[in-house]
Design a protein around this ligand. Structure first.
Ligand SMILES: [Zn+2]
Length: 121
């Protein structure tokens, strides 16, 4: 059985998978809390870790056509949200390469003395 490494990039306010508690991202990557997912409120993040992406599919959303991929937890395989690959409209292109996480499927945790860092920014 191989070892699986999960990433944890720190942060004072971190987001975890509600089901298996794996680290997903931290608040510095939060772009907007103003989204709606299939289970209720959702949040847009610039970077999310420890997830895998499903195949790209064409979707028609309220804000126009997009190519998006489902986003699953790497550990427990819960469908957590989706990833924006491409947006048709210029005004929506800020979402490209960003990930939506459903609030009901994640858990926010505040940690003391944990500085976030940005390994790839
Ligand atoms: Zn999980």
């Amino acid at each position: 059985m191989g070892l699986i490494f999960y990433e944890d990039f720190g942060g004072k306010v971190v987001y975890r998978c509600r089901k298996c508690d794996i680290y997903l991202t931290h608040q510095c990557h939060l772009l907007s809390e103003d989204f709606v997912g299939s289970s209720g409120p959702a949040e847009l993040f610039h970077k999310v870790y420890n997830v895998r992406h499903g195949p790209a599919t064409r979707r028609h959303m309220m804000t126009g056509g997009h190519f998006a991929r489902d986003v699953f937890c790497k550990r427990c395989d819960t469908l957590l949200g989706w990833y924006y690959e491409l947006a048709d409209r210029d005004l929506q292109q800020y979402k490209e390469d960003c990930t939506i996480l459903e609030v009901n499927l994640t858990r926010k945790e505040t940690r003391e003395n944990s500085e976030c860092f940005h390994p790839d920014v």
